[in-house]
Design a protein around this ligand. Structure first.
Ligand code: URA
Length: 441
C-alpha cells in the first residue's frame, strides 16, 4: 500500500495497520515521502484521530527511528521527568537533586524553549561555563557519581519526531492528542529511563487549555509508557499563572536555588515535592504518595538536595558564584516597574502573554536558532488572588538595550485582569495525580 492509499484510509476514519505506520515513519524520515503527503496524513490524523494501538505503533516507530540511550551502565534505578511546557517552570533543578539524594539516578535529556514556553537547556546555559553537551561516557559517570546529569537532547534521538514536529508546527497539526502523546513518549522511551513522571500542564499558558484534554493526554502517555515496560505517572498541573515568581533564564536558576535553600515560593516548592514524590513512588523507594511527599520534604529541608545541585552544576563545568544574589543576576539589566492603575484583586493572568513578553525582552526565541539573552526576565510581585493598590508595582521587568521593552511592558500590563471584588484564593498547583489505573485517590 502506498502513501496515497494510507492518506485516503485515514481521511475516511479507518484504522492504519502497523505496517502502514512503519512505512510512513520510515519513508518520511528517509525522505522518500514528501512533506505534502505527510502534511495531508497529519491533518487526517488530527481530524479522525488514532486508536490506542495506532498511537503505540506510531510512538514505537518514532522511538526506533534513531539511537536510543543505553543506561545499562547506571547502577541505580533511572528516572526522568517531562513537562509539557509552561512559564516559570524550573522544577527539574529541584526534583533532580531530591530524587538523586534518595538513591535514584536522574538521567535527563532536555530541550530549549520555543514560543512562550521556557526550556531547561536555555536556563542551564545561563550558568557561566555550564556545558549542556558532554560525551555519553561523562554523562553516565556523572549520574553514577552524583546521582544526576542533564544534557541537551541528542540530535540522533527520535529523528522522525524532529522532522514530523517541524512539519506539524507549520501545518496547524500540533493539537492532536495521539500526535502529542507519541511525540513526547518517543523521546522519553528513547532516553531510556525506567521511571517516567509527566507534568501535564493545563490552563491559559499550556498546550492543553482544558482539563479534559490534559487528562486524556496524560492517560494516553501513561498507557504508551506502561505498554513499553516503563513505570509512568502523571500530574496534571495548573498553568493559569506562571509557576513561582520569576521567569527568565538566569532568574529561574536563582529561584530554583531559593527553593533548594527552603526559601522558595510555595506553589513552586509544592510542585517540586509532588513531582519528587511521584518519582520516589515509581522507583519503589516509598509505599505511597504521601510517604513520598514526606521523604521529599525532609530531603529538601536537610540541605542534601542543594549540595547535589551544586555538585551537578560543577561536574558539567558551571560556576554558580553569586547566582544566589538577585542583584548580581540582574546587574547588567535596567529595571522597569509595571504598576497597577486600579485598586483590586488579580482575577486572571494571561500566562501565554507573560511568556511571550519574555521573548520580546530577548529571553526566548521566535525561531529555532535565534540567540537569547540569559539575564532578562520578570519578577511577579502579584499573582492570582492578590490585592493590589493603584500605583503599586505588579511586575519588575529586567531588560537590556536590545529588548523590545515597550512591547513587553504593554503585554505584561495587559496580562493582568484586576477586579474590585475579592476572589476565593483556593488555587492549587495540581488538579490530579495519575498512575496506570487512572486518577490516584
Ligand atoms: N512537545 C512535544 O515534544 N511534542 C508535541 O507534539 C507537543 C509538545
Amino acid at each position: 500500500m502506498g502513501m496515497y492509499e494510507i492518506i485516503t484510509k485515514k481521511k475516511r476514519g479507518r484504522r492504519l495497520t502497523n505496517e502502514d505506520i512503519d512505512y510512513v515513519v520510515k519513508g518520511f524520515t528517509e525522505g522518500s515521502i514528501p512533506d505534502y503527503q505527510m502534511s495531508a496524513l497529519l491533518m487526517a490524523i488530527v481530524l479522525k484521530g488514532m486508536n490506542e494501538r495506532e498511537t503505540f505503533e506510531l510512538t514505537k516507530a518514532m522511538t526506533e527511528s534513531g539511537d536510543t540511550l543505553d543506561l545499562s551502565g547506571i547502577k541505580r534505578i533511572t528516572a526522568d521527568k517531562h513537562s509539557t511546557g509552561g512559564v516559570g517552570d524550573k522544577t527539574s533543578f529541584v526534583v533532580g537533586p531530591i530524587v538523586a539524594a534518595n538513591d535514584i539516578a536522574f538521567a535527563k535529556m532536555s530541550g530549549r524553549g520555543l514560543g512562550h514556553t521556557g526550556g531547561t537547556i536555555d536556563k542551564l546555559e545561563s550558568i557561566p561555563g555550564f556545558k549542556t553537551e558532554i560525551p555519553e561516557e561523562d554523562f553516565i559517570n556523572n549520574v553514577n557519581k552524583i546521582g544526576m546529569a542533564i544534557v541537551s537532547q541528542s540530535q540522533s534521538l527520535a529523528p522522525a519526531d524532529k522532522k514530523i514536529y517541524a512539519l506539524r508546527d507549520v501545518t496547524a497539526t500540533v493539537d492532536s492528542i495521539p500526535l502529542i502523546a507519541s511525540s513526547i513518549m518517543s523521546k522519553k522511551l528513547a532516553a531510556g529511563s525506567k521511571v517516567i513522571v509527566l507534568d501535564v500542564k493545563c490552563g491559559n499558558g499550556a498546550f492543553m487549555k482544558r482539563y479534559e484534554d490534559a487528562e486524556k493526554l496524560a492517560k494516553e502517555m501513561i498507557k504508551i509508557g506502561e505498554s513499553a515496560g516503563r513505570r509512568v505517572y502523571a500530574i496534571i498541573s495548573d498553568m493559569n499563572q506562571p509557576l513561582g515568581n520569576f521567569a527568565g533564564n538566569a532568574l529561574e536558576i536563582y529561584e530554583a536555588l531559593k527553593v533548594l535553600k527552603n526559601e522558595g515560593a510555595n506553589d513552586l516548592t509544592d510542585a517540586c515535592i509532588d513531582l519528587s514524590a511521584m518519582i520516589l513512588l515509581g522507583a519503589g523507594k516509598v509505599q505511597d504518595f504521601s510517604e513520598g511527599k514526606k521523604v521529599a520534604s525532609e530531603t529538601l529541608e536537610s540541605g542534601k538536595a542543594l549540595e547535589i545541585f551544586k555538585r551537578f552544576i560543577k561536574a558539567q563545568g558551571g560556576n554558580l558564584k553569586n547566582m544566589d544574589s538577585l542583584e548580581h543576576n540582574v546587574k547588567k539589566c535596567k529595571k522597569l516597574e509595571i504598576k497597577s492603575e486600579l485598586d483590586g484583586y488579580v482575577f486572571e493572568m494571561d500566562t501565554e502573554m507573560i511568556g511571550m513578553s519574555i521573548v520580546e525582552l530577548g529571553g526566548g526565541r521566535k525561531n529555532i536558532g535565534d540567540s537569547i539573552n540569559p539575564y532578562v526576565g520578570v519578577y511577579l510581585h502579584k499573582k492570582k488572588g492578590d490585592y493590589v493598590k493603584k500605583g503599586e508595582t505588579m511586575v519588575d521587568v529586567y531588560y537590556m538595550p536590545e529588548s523590545n521593552i515597550d512591547k513587553a511592558a504593554e503585554m505584561l500590563f495587559d496580562s493582568y485582569m484586576i477586579v474590585d471584588k475579592p476572589i476565593r484564593n483556593n488555587f492549587r498547583h495540581a488538579y490530579a495525580y495519575l498512575d496506570k489505573d487512572g486518577i490516584m485517590s
